[in-house]
Design a protein around this ligand. Structure first.
Ligand SMILES: [Zn+2]
Ligand SMILES: [Zn+2]
Length: 281
C-alpha cells in the first residue's frame, strides 16, 4: 500500500522558493493498493501533482475521488484535474452531505459562471456523483480497498477516511482538517474507535496547522496543532504519523524547526512533503 502526497499545504496555495521543500499545493492524496487499486482523496491544488501517478494506474474501472469536505483548499484543484476532460476515463466522486450540500452541488458551484469557463456537462469526462453510505463504520469495498469514514470536528463539518488493503492488512487514516481541542467527548470516542478497528492504523495523516504557541489566537478556526497530532497518534497507537495542512505562512525553515521538535517526541513522525510517495507498513 502506498500513499502519494499531492499537496500538504493548508488554507491557500503558496508559490515561493522558501516553501519548495514542503511544497505550496493544498490537500490532495492518492492511495494505491497492493493490486494497483487507486483512490484519490480531495482535489486541492495538489491534485495536479497526482496526475502522473494516477496515469500509471489501471483505469479500467472508474477513478474514485473521495471528498473530505468542500472548503476551497480541498476543491480548488478540481478544474485542473486532467481526468475530468478525458473521455477515456470515468470518475466517481463521493463525499458527505454537509449543511445540505452534496459533492455534486459543490463541484457544480465552483464550475458555474463566472468562476470557470466550462461547466460540468461540457468538460468531456465521464463523471458521476454518489453520496457516502450512511454507516461510516462498516467497510465498503471500492476498487478492492476497504473504505470507512468518520465525522470530525471542523468548521462546517468534515470527514476523515480510513483505507485498508485486504491483501496486505495495511491501513491509513487521513484526517486533513480537524480541530481536536474542540472535540466533544463523543467525537473523541468515535474517532478513537474509528482508528481502532480492525487494527490501529499503520499510518495516520493528521492536521497540524497551528503551533502550541499560536493556537490560542486561532482557536475555533477549525485546525489542530502539531502537538495535538502527536497526542492523537499516540492515543490511537498509529505506527507512523505524517502531519499535514501546514500553515500557508510557515516556510521551510519554520517547518524544519517544527519537525525537529516533532521527532524528539515521536521518532516515527514527520511533516508531509509534497510529491512524496510513502510505502505504508
Ligand atoms: Zn483545509
Ligand atoms: Zn476545511
Amino acid at each position: 500500500m502506498r500513499l502519494v502526497l499531492g499537496g500538504v499545504r493548508g488554507t491557500s496555495p503558496v508559490a515561493d522558493p522558501k516553501f519548495a521543500e514542503f511544497g505550496g499545493d493544498t490537500s490532495a492524496f492518492l492511495v494505491e493498493g497492493s493490486n494497483g487499486e487507486a483512490i484519490v482523496i480531495d482535489a486541492g491544488s495538489g491534485v495536479r501533482v497526482l496526475d502522473p501517478y494516477l496515469r500509471q494506474t489501471d483505469h479500467s474501472s472508474a477513478v474514485l475521488l473521495l471528498m473530505t469536505h468542500y472548503h476551497l483548499d480541498h476543491l480548488m484543484g478540481f478544474p485542473s484535474f486532467s481526468v475530468i476532460y478525458d473521455s477515456t476515463w470515468d470518475l466517481e466522486i463521493k463525499g458527505p452531505r454537509l449543511d445540505g450540500v452534496a459533492a455534486s452541488d459543490a463541484v457544480r458551484h465552483i464550475l458555474s459562471r463566472p468562476f470557470w469557463p466550462l461547466q460540468l456537462e461540457a468538460l468531456g469526462g465521464n463523471i458521476v456523483f454518489t453520496d457516502l453510505p450512511e454507516d461510516g463504520g462498516a467497510p465498503h469495498i471500492y476498487h478492492g480497498l476497504e473504505v470507512r469514514w468518520c465525522p470530525v470536528p471542523h468548521l462546517g463539518g468534515c470527514v476523515s477516511y480510513r483505507l485498508d488493503d485486504p491483501a496486505t492488512r495495511r491501513s491509513v487514516v487521513i484526517a486533513t482538517d480537524v480541530e481536536w481541542p474542540l472535540a466533544s467527548e463523543t467525537e473523541r470516542h468515535n474517532f478513537m474507535e474509528f482508528c481502532k478497528y480492525p487494527a490501529p492504523p499503520d499510518l495516520l495523516v493528521f492536521d497540524g496547522q497551528f503551533t502550541p504557541d499560536n493556537y490560542a489566537r486561532f482557536r475555533g478556526w477549525g485546525h489542530s496543532t502539531w502537538q495535538d497530532a502527536i497526542d492523537v497518534a499516540k492515543l490511537v497507537k498509529a505506527g507512523e504519523l505524517i502531519i499535514t495542512h501546514h500553515h500557508p505562512r510557515s516556510d521551510d525553515e519554520k517547518l524544519r524547526q517544527i519537525e525537529a521538535e516533532v521527532k524528539r517526541q515521536m521518532p516515527n513522525a514527520w511533516l508531509g512533503r509534497q510529491d512524496a510517495a510513502i510505502e505504508i507498513g
